[in-house]
Design a protein. Structure first.
Length: 306
């Protein structure tokens, strides 16, 4: 009895120490997020060794993510670049405050609002997708297309240090992620799956805000992408988008997939609850198209982004 009591006491003490260590590291990570935040970038600690870097003042409420392993960290997107004309805060400085591990930058896709600060990163990895490889000279120098550069001619190019295989484990050190190609928003978009933490980083395939569909041919692959996600994942997963808004932030739950599938299907048929022809400014360019809304989820259809 005495021995059993002693064992229970030791177990209790051990679990208290584990809890204390966990809360101390959680507090340290949260305080790191707070001190890295500034006038433009706001940082949140969203899961173990995972930070969300928001730009609430950017024109589209951009969100980038930093995923940290024991050996290396993966940075998803470079932010909107709009900070550069507003203040001295730079996204690379934020990242340096959050981790001392070597950082690899991965673009979730190649739109202007995700690549503008790419020159602040010295190790760049792109998804090994034929369409992306085609735009890289000698598999090394990626030349940005005019459509990827709404703010003029910057950045002109990037040096690709690494090509990441689709569907294969990317070992960050005691943390493994995988990238998957997803068509719909663009042909060369990827999402990042962190199975261990049940987190899916969605890029612009899904976020809290009006989704963009460019050209009718993109509806079918987009619907297919969302339906595949419905089949592959379930309500134990957390989904994080590359845009958000003040009310909802960047996180979504599984139920958004069925809502998005319904939204895409009604927009494809031009038969949603609500539709309106719109014309608005997007990244310095005029965006004209149709806004569709179904069950409070919005989508903008446009023939061309630029
Ligand atoms: Zn975007």
């Amino acid at each position: 009895m005495v021995r059993a009591k002693k064992k229970r006491l030791i177990n209790l003490l051990t679990s208290s120490i584990v809890m204390m260590t966990f809360s101390t590291s959680l507090l340290a990570s949260e305080s790191k997020a707070q001190s890295a935040s500034g006038d433009w970038f706001k940082v949140s600690y969203i899961a173990d060794n995972t930070y969300m870097i928001k730009e609430p003042k950017s024109s589209q409420y951009n969100i980038s993510y930093l995923i940290i392993g024991n050996q290396r960290a993966l940075m998803l997107d470079t932010g909107s670049g709009e900070n550069r004309s507003h203040c001295k805060q730079r996204i690379s400085n934020i990242v340096n405050q959050l981790t001392d591990k070597p950082v690899t930058l991965l673009l979730t896709h190649f739109h202007f609002d995700h690549n503008a600060s790419i020159d602040e990163f010295d190790h760049i990895a792109f998804a090994d997708i034929e369409k992306i490889r085609e735009r890289a000279v000698d598999d090394k120098t990626y030349i940005f297309a005019p459509k990827e550069l709404a703010f003029g001619t910057y950045p002109e190019k990037a040096i690709v240090n690494e090509w990441l295989d689709l569907g294969k484990n990317i070992d960050l050190g005691n943390r493994v992620v995988k990238i998957t190609q997803v068509k719909g928003h663009t042909d060369d978009s990827v999402l990042v799956v962190d199975e261990g933490n049940k987190i899916i980083f969605m890029g612009d395939t899904l976020y809290n805000g009006p989704l963009i569909v460019t050209g009718k041919h993109n509806y079918a692959p987009y619907i297919q992408t969302i339906k595949k996600m419905q089949a592959d994942f379930n309500d134990t997963y957390y989904f994080y988008g590359a845009h958000g808004n003040k009310a909802l932030g960047g996180m979504m739950r599984y139920s958004i997939l069925s809502g998005t599938s319904d939204l895409l299907e009604c927009a494809q048929k031009e038969a949603c609850d609500y539709s309106e022809v719109i014309s608005e400014q997007l990244g310095g360019n005029e965006l004209t198209g149709t806004l569709f809304i179904k069950n409070e989820l919005p989508l903008i259809y446009t023939e061309d982004l630029h």
